[in-house]
Design a protein around this ligand. Structure first.
Ligand SMILES: [Zn+2]
Length: 74
């Protein structure tokens, strides 16, 4: 969840990023505009997940996420 000064994990309420304490942390941001073929037609949903909650989430997937080694690390 993003406010003006903070990004908070929707799942566990952990503060992922805080304007006042700039630490670079990776997190998942999802934005979805549901369309006509859904039950949420015209609804836009958004959430943010910290890495720990993301890991816990994908652990429940029946098919594991595809993953690739990235060689060009910045
Ligand atoms: Zn979390």
């Amino acid at each position: 969840m993003k406010t003006e000064e903070k990004i908070v994990c929707n799942c566990c309420r952990k503060v992922i990023q805080d304007q006042n304490f700039p630490v670079r942390t990776e997190y998942l941001h999802v934005e979805k505009e549901w369309g006509y073929f859904s039950n949420k037609d015209g609804e836009k949903q958004e959430f943010d997940l910290c890495e720990a909650c993301y890991d816990a989430w994908i652990r429940n997937f029946q098919i594991p996420v595809t993953s690739q080694e990235i060689t060009e690390l910045l």
